[in-house]
Design a protein around this ligand. Structure first.
Ligand code: ADP
Ligand code: ASP
Ligand code: MG
Length: 409
């Protein structure tokens, strides 16, 4: 008998029929003797629908009220799934985040989990129930409803698995595992049998939306065995593991390719090249609570330099305003920017032992005539910023160049 935490994403609970199918699947685990805690997302499209609704009422809605509203999506699906389980003869009971309680900080819209009281869940499991928990939501110490950021149900599931010391956390979704890249963009992408936490962290932070970044951080920190699987197709899925198989002959150099279209690039020209200039430019950006990603400072000419950096698309307008004010303050030249860039990254622990990976990447992009605007690297990753319109071409070219394409059927 195992204790399993299972999470079903939006498309997996997107209709009454699918909810019944999910219930059937859970019933199967129960029949095999497992104890099951289930985390569900809102029905697909529901969170977006609610967000759009708020925009029709207020231009800048209160973040507290936004959380009260978007937490309802998951409250619907926990009740529906519990009803479906009961209808199939499986005793089940639902819990919202606040009922557990899953206590978070008060950062509405991107709250972090502080603690989970597993007493109620254990009691219900001991009483023979399947426990169905609302993903994505918690409650702060003052009793306000909070949410964990888009894709946050993954994190709810992993955090519950950690708190309960579950035998496995299974993330059921609409693909049958983690692929070498998004299979929607590269049809010849291949499912990975396993991927290391380190690689999965990079993939998630570089824009692969298959798992929320925080869920991977949590799983790595608390050693939660984590697997991504298809909700309605049998198969082994992908195991996220600590074992990096570095000595294995089959270890590919590159495990995956991630891309992110949600970035913007800003440039400030004619900056007086004096000590402290990076701080003068980026200090105000950080003070405005804007996360900076890549940074490039050009070699100075005539005692002035150009400075370019990237931020998330959502922060672009704010960042341009801050940068224009800074340009005035420090006597720099013009400020420009664009949101039509994308970041494409190759990820793999195999890079550590294989020099020349970056040049293979640059060569593949050059062959497609794709101009690289910025570059950044870490031990197991190389990222480039390119024009957004070439992102799919770039990802496909890299997928082929690194030998990741599935053989032709
Ligand atoms: P859910 O609603 O179940 O949480 P998501 O839409 O958040 O599902 O995540 C699943 C989607 O992630 C897939 O449909 C796929 O298009 C996308 N995806 C992006 N990168 C990858 C990857 N490397 N492997 C598999 N899927 C990926
Ligand atoms: N419903 C939330 C979202 O759409 C959380 C989730 O699906 O994980 O982002
Ligand atoms: Mg998701």
């Amino acid at each position: 008998m195992a204790l399993i935490v299972q999470k079903f994403g939006g498309t997996s609970v997107g209709s009454p029929e699918r909810i019944a199918q999910v219930a059937e699947k859970i019933a199967g685990f129960r029949a095999a003797g497992d104890e099951v805690v289930v985390v569900v997302s809102a029905m697909s499209g529901e969170t977006n629908r609610l967000l759009a609704l708020a925009q029709q009422v207020a231009h800048k809605p209160s973040l507290r009220e936004m959380d009260v509203m978007i937490a309802t999506g998951e409250q619907v699906t926990i009740a529906l799934l519990s009803m479906a389980l009961n209808a199939q003869g499986v005793p089940a009971v639902s819990f919202t985040g606040a009922q557990i309680p899953i206590v978070t900080d008060s950062e509405h819209g991107k709250a972090r989990i502080l603690s989970i009281d597993e007493t109620a869940v254990r009691e219900q499991l001991n009483a023979g129930n399947v426990v169905v928990v609302a993903g994505f939501q918690g409650v702060d110490e003052q009793g306000n409803i909070t949410t964990l950021g888009r894709g946050g149900s993954d994190t709810t599931a992993v955090a519950l698995a950690a708190a309960l010391q579950a035998d496995e956390c299974q993330i059921y979704t609409d693909v049958d595992g983690v692929y070498t890249t998004d299979p929607r963009v590269v049809p010849r992408a291949q499912r990975l049998e396993r991927i290391t936490f380190e690689e999965m962290l990079e993939m998630a932070s570089l824009g692969s939306k298959i798992l929320q970044l925080r869920s991977v951080e949590f799983a790595g920190k608390y050693n939660v065995p984590l697997r991504v699987l298809h909700s309605f197709k049998e198969g082994p899925g992908t195991l996220i593991t600590t074992d990096d198989h570095e000595d294995s002959m089959e270890q590919p150099i590159i495990s995956g390719i991630a891309f992110n279209r949600d970035e913007a690039k800003l440039t400030i020209r004619g900056v007086p090249d004096t000590p402290g200039v990076a701080f003068k430019i980026l200090g105000p950006i950080s003070a405005a609570n804007i996360d900076i990603d890549m940074i490039v400072q050009n070699v100075a000419q005539d005692n002035t330099t150009d400075f370019t950096f990237t931020v998330g698309n959502v922060d672009y307008d704010k960042a341009i305003d801050v940068l224009k004010a800074t340009a005035q303050d420090i006597g720099a030249g013009d400020v420009s920017g664009t949101t039509s860039i994308a970041k494409v990254s190759i990820v793999g622990v195999g890079m550590r032992s294989h020099p020349g990976v970056a040049s293979t990447m640059f060569e593949a992009l050059a062959k497609e005539n794709i101009n690289i605007q910025m570059i950044s690297t870490s031990e197991i990753r190389v990222s480039v910023v390119i024009d957004e319109k070439y992102v799919e071409l770039a990802v496909r070219a890299l997928h082929t160049a690194f030998g990741l394409d599935a053989p032709n059927p």
